[in-house]
Design a protein around this ligand. Structure first.
Ligand code: DGN
Length: 259
């Protein structure tokens, strides 16, 4: 059986990439809800329905676990999905806790980038109040970045200007770590590492999610033996162009990692 991985668009491919690296004997199904991307600027009631419908499509492919590789979808829908399905369901969590640990010694602050919906949701607020006992965490919503990413704009003047606008009034000297709290954002890790001062580390939640996935599969004796990181690509509007775009995005991450 395969592992299902889901996002509104190509963002979850950053998590798929980490899962493929760590689980080379598994096969995967990746589903993008292209009819409704982006989620992060839409009403939560709508997003809940989109995620439920997407999960139903993936589950029909008989997967042994489901990774909600989207922080926004996790905030809105993971509890409803866990109530509905018996299979292991792993979501995303912005890596705020590890970021705070990384800065303990230096006393530097943590800056979280995420979608407006993720930052507004009670799940994020509960996470911060649980782990941020000294008030060290700030956040900035990046409502437009998913759109750039979905257009495969990873470099060039437009995206550099976008980040320059976001960062122009931010005193970056006080931050030790930037958390990428949306699965689309790691596509900009390399660019951000150029734009941010050298002392700032960049973290995302994909490692934590894949750790949890491995733990759940191990507990169930369900780790794959015979797979070969084959990926079946699916999207909700069945667009042939999008079905070509997804493996291209994965190949881009693989090239970035190899550099
Ligand atoms: N990749 C999603 C996330 O991690 O929040 C956001 C995608 C979107 O639809 N805005």
């Amino acid at each position: 059986m395969k592992i299902g991985v889901f996002d509104s668009g190509i963002g979850g491919i950053t998590v798929l990439h980490e899962a493929m690296r760590r689980l080379p004997r598994e096969d995967f199904i990746y589903f993008a809800d292209t009819l409704h991307v982006p989620y992060g600027t839409k009403p939560k009631e709508d997003v809940l329905q989109f995620v439920k419908a997407s999960a139903e499509t993936i589950v029909q492919h008989d997967v042994k676990a489901l990774v909600i590789a989207c922080n926004t979808a996790t905030s809105i829908a993971i509890n409803a999905l866990r109530q509905h399905y018996a299979l292991p369901i792993v979501g995303m969590e912005p890596a705020v806790k590890p970021a705070i640990e990384m800065n303990r010694a230096s006393g530097k602050r943590v800056l979280v980038f995420a979608t407006p919906l993720t930052l507004k949701e009670s799940k994020y607020k509960a996470l911060v109040s649980r782990v941020d006992d000294a008030g060290m965490v700030d956040s900035i919503p990046l409502p437009d970045l998913v759109r750039y990413c979905e257009s495969l704009v990873f470099e060039g003047p437009a995206i550099r200007d976008y980040f320059a606008g976001i960062l122009q009034d931010v005193d970056l000297s006080v931050y030790g770590t930037v958390v990428l709290g949306c699965t689309h954002y790691p596509f900009y890790r390399k660019l951000l590492s150029e734009l941010l001062p050298g002392h700032i580390q960049i973290v995302d939640g994909s490692k934590g999610t894949v750790n949890r996935l491995i733990q759940l599969l191990q507990e169930r004796g369900a780790l794959g033996q015979g797979g070969s990181t084959d990926v079946t690509w699916l999207c909700s509007d069945n667009s042939p162009a999008y079905l070509r775009k997804m493996p291209e995005a994965l190949a881009m991450l693989q090239r970035m990692e190899a550099q």
